[in-house]
Design a protein around this ligand. Structure first.
Ligand SMILES: C[S@@+](CC[C@H](N)C(=O)[O-])C[C@H]1O[C@@H](n2cnc3c(N)ncnc32)[C@H](O)[C@@H]1O
Length: 281
């Protein structure tokens, strides 16, 4: 079975438009820098005492303002795939909950949303209620990485042991625009794989390193490099725009491999290209 994302069949825009589109995310970088500096003025000490908390706070403000607008139209088949989430669900890094409206409540037994940026929790809870998921969705003050996620799941009674033999708890893991920011992506993806039940699904909508020259375009690759030089990773909450997420997901299943690895590139020619699809354990 191929573990390469499928090449998109979307028509390529002309070169000039690709170049323009490639530079559009610079607007986001500008706002990221703006919120970072505002946060610095508000809590200058936090930058040195707890950089991670500082980043989460600055990014929470940015996402509060622009998250909904950036969720109106999702890449490729993402909206449709999110509707497939069923059973016991782990929704890593749900942010302010802009995507909760796409969940099909009738398919969900219980969902858990580990969101380390606690400033986002009040709006997230509002959106949980609005989506009619009040009794079916629990916010966790944790990240997707084992160090904080495992204790949080143990606290919920989902893990009965000390965490050393954690396996197969979730029917679905939702990973939307998050793996760019988790610490040690490959290790985190491996842990997430273990948390899936056999036959469980990981629904993926993640932006990735430009796939050029294997796929995508030179303009996409070059404009992505430009975003990096503009400080994308620093200003935008530690979001690493150039991660090889496909490789991390591929490796997560180890020797066994995923039963299904169905990812598709969306806008591979863009400076922020995506992979969208479903993996089955
Ligand atoms: C770009 S937002 C996406 C939010 C949501 N998944 C969506 O697609 O609308 C990235 C989210 O990941 C969260 N995040 C950052 N570090 C994380 C970590 N280590 N584990 C889980 N989520 C994290 C951020 O706080 C933020 O809410």
């Amino acid at each position: 079975m191929s573990h390469d994302p499928r090449i998109t069949d979307e028509p390529w825009p002309p070169f000039a438009q690709r170049l323009m589109d490639g530079f559009m995310p610079a607007v986001l970088v500008f706002h990221g820098a703006r919120f970072f500096i505002l946060q610095l003025l508000q809590t200058p000490l936090l930058l040195t005492t707890d950089f991670q908390a500082f980043r989460h706070r600055a990014f929470a403000k940015l996402w509060d303002q622009y998250g909904d607008a950036m969720s109106e139209e999702l890449p490729g088949a993402s909206t449709k795939l999110i509707k497939d989430a069923s059973g016991v669900v782990l929704d890593i890094g749900p942010g302010t909950g802009s995507l909760l409206r796409f969940l099909d409540k009738s398919k969900i037994t219980m969902a858990y949303g580990p969101e380390p940026a606690i400033d986002m929790h009040p709006k997230l809870q509002q959106y949980i209620n609005k989506a009619g998921l009040t009794d079916q969705y629990k916010i966790l003050s944790a990240g997707a990485e084992a160090k904080t996620l495992i204790p949080a799941l143990a606290k919920e009674g989902l893990i009965k042991t000390d965490g050393s033999t954690v396996d197969g708890i979730f029917d679905t893991i939702l990973s939307t625009r998050v793996l760019c920011g988790v610490p040690n992506q490959a290790e985190t993806a491996e842990q997430l794989y273990r948390l899936l039940k056999p036959g469980g699904h990981m629904i993926v909508c993640e932006h990735i390193r430009s796939p050029w020259p294997n796929a995508g375009s030179f303009t996409g690759w070059a404009t992505q490099k430009f975003m990096l030089l503009c400080g994308w990773n620093l200003w935008l909450g530690g979001c690493e725009v150039n991660r090889d997420t496909v490789a991390s997901l591929r490796k997560a299943a180890g020797e066994t491999g995923w039963r299904k690895f169905d990812l598709q590139y969306v806008s591979p020619f863009h400076s922020v290209p995506f992979i969208v699809g479903t993996l089955e354990k």
